[in-house]
Design a protein around this ligand. Sequence first.
Ligand SMILES: Nc1ncnc2c1ncn2[C@@H]1O[C@H](COP(=O)(O)OP(=O)(O)OP(=O)(O)O)[C@@H](O)[C@H]1O
Ligand SMILES: [Mg+2]
Length: 363
Amino acid sequence: MSLLEIKNLRKEYDGVTPLKSIDLTVEQSEVISIIGPSGTGKSTLLRCINRLEKPTSGSIVFDGVDVCEKGTDLTAVRKKVGMVFQSFNLFGHKSIIENIIMPQMDLLGKSRDEAKKEALLQLRRVGLEEKAYNMPDELSGGQKQRVAIARALAMHPQIMLFDEPTSALDPTMVTEVKNVIRHLAEDGMTMLIVTHEMRLARDISTRVLYLDEGEIYEQGKPKEIFDFPKRERTRAFVLRITSWNWETSENGRDFIAMNASLEEFCRSRFMSRKMMNNCEIVFEEIYSNYFLPLFEKGESINVQFILEAQGENEKLTLTVITNGTKTDPFSADIDETAAMILKSKAVRMDTDKENTAVFEIKH
Ligand SMILES: Nc1ncnc2c1ncn2[C@@H]1O[C@H](COP(=O)(O)OP(=O)(O)OP(=O)(O)O)[C@@H](O)[C@H]1O
Ligand SMILES: [Mg+2]
């Protein structure tokens, strides 16, 4: 028997039906990442599984029990299903250890001593034993999220549901939370993870689900979804999250705005500081040395910049395409220093199109 079997799940709210028909079977130790545009019901799906939401119709059989049936013991369900939210949801006026002790006493009927022992054990697992007696607001975002994970683990759930566990965190704290999730995957924990973190999804998932139009629009191994998506919407979505695109004809030539947008893309991919700097430098050198002089001369040239991350090793390329203008900006002489800087950060690739230049950003 599968651990979780969802059939024909539908969830309607007044005026919106985020989930039309979801069918999903999850086996023990599977790690499933759920991706998709905003508002497609990713959170709703997780909330239906642990019955924070009541499905409109369909069935969710978890560990042999249909959690949608009338009279289901919801406390029993929540004991087996651990949930971690974007916003941690710790009790601010209780110490870290109390936050972990309480639910064990309330839901599992454990004695305080037993619950405390377990709490310390789980805090050690997420590397935060020394913070046991601190208050939540004395911890960083990443630490709070690790506490939230420890709290869920202390219940010994059969499955863990994560709803964008890293998206409220500063980039510097993302890694520590990702590492905890990674270790859980290695320990064989069954997990459903809603995430925009492609690197994590790629590294640890056994399966990726792309949710759209109220259904599981496409699913497959990480490689299949991220590198070879089959359906149109998946392709468009994956492209959006894996590439940065700026067209001067549409978005203007405001360098600050371009750079801010490029930086936002790099951040959203949790790129290392070094890679992010390299991307920015390459873009800046190309922009200010090839294009700015042309713009200043009043040339009616349009440029499209595309920064793409490809493949498992996240090879980064910056493609620059001009609108077949009579000037070939790439043959223009550029300042020697600029050329040197560019060479140190990127390799120019061969292309057969005159109006296109591709630079692979060095790692
Ligand atoms: N309690 C609610 N009452 C009414 N509508 C709701 C409720 N919760 C969610 N919705 C609507 O259901 C849809 C799906 O919401 P959901 O939060 O599941 O999306 P999501 O995929 O998690 O989005 P995001 O990526 O932004 O977190 C949205 O249109 C949302 O406005
Ligand atoms: Mg959500």
